[in-house]
Design a protein around this ligand. Structure first.
Ligand SMILES: [Zn+2]
Length: 238
């Protein structure tokens, strides 16, 4: 199945938090989008890998993605090496996306920056035909995504561009809240984590609102780029 956009996240919920509204918008525009989670988030303070599997499936449904897979790398300890790069290359060659979205280049959780570089390196390597991979016994063609964009998650990284997601915030919030084990719940007896606070939940909306303010939109999500990106006409920018 060929996809237009493939979004990677170190943990289930990273993609929803970083670019869930953009994904919902692209799908509404007719694009086919998939999500690959690198780990099952088994070291998370709250919930469990099994609960997060179910939550990830529910969130995927809310966003309307065409595919979601989990590579089950080791949460907290995966490394940017050939073994892990090859697993990601297999996914890139399987889905042949034009655009890859991945974690923030630098963030509070060490897996985010690590996952960001790992996916970015794999996007380059995937284009080298002498790196041979096969999936289900069938050898794969080389494929390099045209563009790699990094979404923004915990830290306030200055975006290189933003996407107006004004009509898609509710869908994003619904997808994020599908991870009910992870976020603020006044009735939960689980330990409090940095993302399980009322302020964090509210920040999903107020941060998107603030980015939106800067471009005269209700809500926006920001991204950073790895190389120069071009527009066909100055009028393409709003
Ligand atoms: Zn994460």
């Amino acid at each position: 199945m060929k996809l237009d956009i493939l979004a990677f996240g170190a943990h289930p919920d990273d993609v929803e938090l970083g670019c869930g509204a953009t994904i919902a918008k692209e799908i509404s525009l007719g694009k086919k989008v998939g999500i690959i989670d690198l780990t099952r988030g088994e070291l998370g303070t709250r919930g469990s890998a099994e609960i997060r599997d179910q939550e990830a499936a529910a969130a995927a449904k809310i966003l309307g993605v065409s595919a979601r897979e989990n590579l089950a790398f080791r949460d907290g300890f995966f490394t940017n090496d050939d073994k892990h790069q090859l697993e990601i290359i297999k996914m890139i060659r399987k889905y042949q996306p034009e655009i890859v979205l991945c974690n923030a280049i630098d963030d509070r959780h060490i897996d985010h920056g690590k996952g960001s570089k790992l996916v970015s390196d794999a996007c380059f390597l995937s284009g080298l035909r002498r790196i041979e991979t096969s999936l289900d016994g069938v050898s794969q063609e080389a494929w390099r995504p045209k563009l790699v964009y990094h979404y923004i998650q915990w830290k306030n990284i200055e975006p290189d561009f933003v996407v107006d997601v004004s009509d898609f915030m509710q869908q994003k919030i619904d997808a994020v809240m599908a991870y009910s084990s992870q976020f603020y719940d006044p009735n939960s007896n689980e330990p409090v984590s940095p993302i399980a606070t009322k302020n964090f939940t509210e920040s999903i909306e107020y941060r998107a609102k603030d980015l939106g303010r800067l471009v005269f939109a209700d809500y926006a999500e920001g991204f950073t780029v790895e190389r120069y990106v071009a527009v066909n006409s100055l009028g393409d920018l709003k």
